[in-house]
Design a protein around this ligand. Sequence first.
Ligand code: FEO
Length: 397
Amino acid sequence: MNPVKLTDNIYWVGAVDWDVRDFHGYSTNRGTTYNAFLIMDEKITLIDTVKKSKKGDMLARIKEIVDPEKIDYIVVNHVEMDHSGSLPDMVELIKPEKIICSNMGEKALRQHFHHEDWPYFIAKPGEDISLGTKTLSFLETRMLHWPDSMFTYIKEDKILFSSDAFGEHLGTSERFDDEVDQAILMEELTKYYANILTLYSPLVKKLIAKVKEMNLEIKMIAPDHGVIWRTNPGMPLQAYDKWSQNKGDGNALIIYDTMWHSTEMMAKEVGSGLQDEGISYKLLNLRYNHRSDVMREVLNASAIVLGCSTLNNGLLPRMAGFLMYMRGLRPTNKIGAAFGSYGWSGESVKLLNEAMTEMKFDLIDEGLKVKYVPEEGDLSQCVELGRKVGQALHAKK
Ligand code: FEO
């Protein structure tokens, strides 16, 4: 239950959730952390809290440093329950002088917890709050990823407390970026952006530009999930910069579901066609790949080829669910194509095309339908479809 020191008088006092496997539909196979930070100054300040069920872990860590009742201010960078669930109990215990939040944060706190009497204090961008020796300033980051979201920056230590941004769902005993496997870190950083922030990429782009324009010196980024970036804080900034521009890596994904393996046979041949064109691709069967892992791959892909059998005049349920999820996250700038087998009506390809048209994918083919089980000629057409996608990717470079 030890707190972890970030720098002089600033501590991580959050909680590790080793067991969580589902985060409102996002699979968190490696668990997560809810990060909270304690600043020991003339005004003792707690930045963010943790999920309600983890309040005991946070309190035990705070108690290693100070009596929690001595905390003066609580900063709420983000109201979502994984960071505010334990706030009512903490307010009851601490009776803080100020609950510092954004304008939208105050509204959201009232609508979540219904306390008219809490000492809300709206942090205005450009107005600093002195804690004694340290100074807090604030960046409004509305819709990154909730209307209330904001960042807090400590001028003297050059630490950016970035709420959900630049975080990962990664439960570890280590607290810093240089202590964990870099490939896992990148995988989880990518998955987080893909599943939480893709929809807000235009705002991320503006934020990155604003941070560059402000010339904000950042020695450390302390997000609300995952590791604290002390060695390479530029890495998540660069990654977000790239992802917010929706530039794919030139690769393709074949995302499919299959009833009796016919669509699967087609998927493999589409892959052969992509390989003929020298395109790196992945075959992702929705039966074995969770939608949030597929979205991680979608983030960096340049072409999406969707395959699905027809069931009851529609799509197989896993594909229908995936499309609803992907449409909500609105990935852009993708080449698209569709294929699928059918028995008698054969609506799946039309439905896949409609979904991709709605997402403004660049459809390069009307799609390929095969009745029941593909023959050699059908499979050759699948190879052709893969080649066509590959050629379109080459042309786009
Ligand atoms: Fe980690 Fe948007 O909550």
